[in-house]
Design a protein around this ligand. Structure first.
Ligand SMILES: CC(C)(COP(=O)(O)OP(=O)(O)OC[C@H]1O[C@@H](n2cnc3c(N)ncnc32)[C@H](O)[C@@H]1OP(=O)(O)O)[C@@H](O)C(=O)NCCC(=O)NCCS
Length: 374
């Protein structure tokens, strides 16, 4: 048996046809479609179909996916009751618990057939945005806003969150942000989802595992940390000084570095553009200015590139999304990739069960009675 390096770096753990990354060249594609092509041309609904089916939907396939998604946007009453009961809880904890509850109240939760799993994947993609927006409104003492079936996935989320239908630009920006976050090969949360699915546990359990993994600051939690860092500085100069002192003290600057990319994360290119455009439009230009200055300084000092979380932070802020739901919003998008990977795992399953290189005491230790132990 050979031992993998720390953090399984460089280990190829499965085959998958969903997502391709070349970290040296900065290439990312979903089912063979380059992320730049998708960001410029696709809608999030088309990307969901592409991730699940390996091909772009034709008109009737897209229409039927959209109608399935819009018909599944409502939450079970029990889940709404739960959201009302925890106004002070951390949004990621609420999301993780509510997704687990969806399984509890879905009569087909335990049905492991392809058809049932596909139906449950639709439910998950449709209902995650409702969990996040309904929770945010309820904790602020506001009424829940009913989904509008005429709105796209992206527009409906912003509408049910802010109570205002977004204009075309805001809708487009959020739609592109959803596309850019939709999948990323065997990132920690997707791997967690696949490990759970590989035991032939149900799709809700696998999605719950993924949300738990996404929550951490080394993964999806970074976007929130980025905006808190930017908001804590009064000026771009102060933001740069803070980043420099973090680097000098060997403290990690959120939104930089990546396990796979050695060049600029291709998603950051789009998010930077969106952040700049939206910042100007919404009066948050200084946040973009701070971001751009910090990016330059960190690159010069430590040769570290911005990752997907760095510019998604200022983009989400300019969209009026509350800071503590940035990571749940990441999940609203990544559920597309998680479900694609879970479905792929079920289709060609083998239990995922690696080994550990044992470093403990040798076998055969002498048993000491409790009263004799020191
Ligand atoms: C993403 C991340 C977890 C990858 O981790 P990893 O592949 O295990 O890389 P390491 O943490 O071992 O970092 C390698 C080196 O780069 C440095 N580094 C990596 N990310 C850094 C960051 N954000 N700020 C400062 N230094 C960083 C490490 O200190 C280390 O330097 P050293 O070799 O001098 O000790 C890591 O870059 C990180 O913690 N980034 C900040 C959190 C973040 O933005 N996460 C979202 C990822 S999409």
């Amino acid at each position: 048996m050979s031992t993998a390096g720390a953090g399984l770096e460089g280990v190829v753990a499965t085959t998958s046809s969903i997502c391709f990354i070349n970290g040296e060249a900065g290439v990312l594609s979903y089912q063979g479609f380059n992320i730049h092509t998708l960001a410029e041309n696709a809608t999030f609904e088309e990307v969901v179909y592409l991730l699940w089916h390996g091909k772009l939907p034709n008109e009737s396939e897209l229409k039927s996916l959209k109608s399935e998604l819009t018909s599944e946007r409502e939450l079970p009453a029990e889940v709404i009751g739960f959201l009302k009961s925890v106004p002070k809880a951390t949004p990621m904890d609420v999301l993780r618990t509510a997704v687990s509850m969806l399984g509890l109240f879905d009569p087909i939760a335990a049905d492991g057939s392809d058809e049932a799993n596909r139906t449950k994947a639709v439910k998950l993609v449709a209902k995650l945005p409702a969990i996040v927006s309904n929770f945010d409104r309820l904790r602020n003492g506001k009424d829940i806003i009913a989904a509008d079936p005429n709105l796209s996935h992206a527009a409906n989320f912003l509408y049910t969150l802010n109570g205002k239908r977004p204009d075309d630009v805001m809708e487009k920006v959020f739609d592109v942000a959803l596309i850019l976050h939709a999948d990323h090969e065997l990132n920690a949360s997707t791997f967690a989802a696949r490990v759970t699915a590989a035991t032939l546990s149900d799709i809700y359990s696998a999605a719950t595992s993924a949300i738990g993994a996404l929550k951490g600051p080394l993964h999806g939690g970074a976007n929130e940390a980025v905006v808190r860092m930017l908001l804590a500085s009064k000026s771009p100069e102060e933001a740069v000084q803070k980043a420099k002192s973090d680097l000098a003290n060997k403290v990690k600057v959120p939104g930089f570095g990546h396990r796979v990319y050695r060049v600029l994360d291709p998603r950051a290119v789009h998010l930077k553009k969106l952040s700049e455009e939206l910042g100007k439009r919404t009066g948050h230009g200084e946040l973009f200015e701070k971001s751009a200055r910090v990016e330059k300084a960190v690159k010069e000092l430590k040769n570290l590139n911005a990752n997907v979380d760095f510019y998604s932070a200022s983009t989400y802020y300019s969209l009026g999304i509350p800071v503590d739901i940035f990571t749940p919003v990441f999940a609203v998008s990544r559920i597309a990739g998680w479900t694609a990977h879970i479905l792929e795992q079920y289709r060609n399953n083998r239990l995922i069960r690696p080994r550990a290189d044992y470093t403990g005491a040798p076998d055969g230790q002498t048993w000491i009675p409790l009263e004799a132990r020191r």
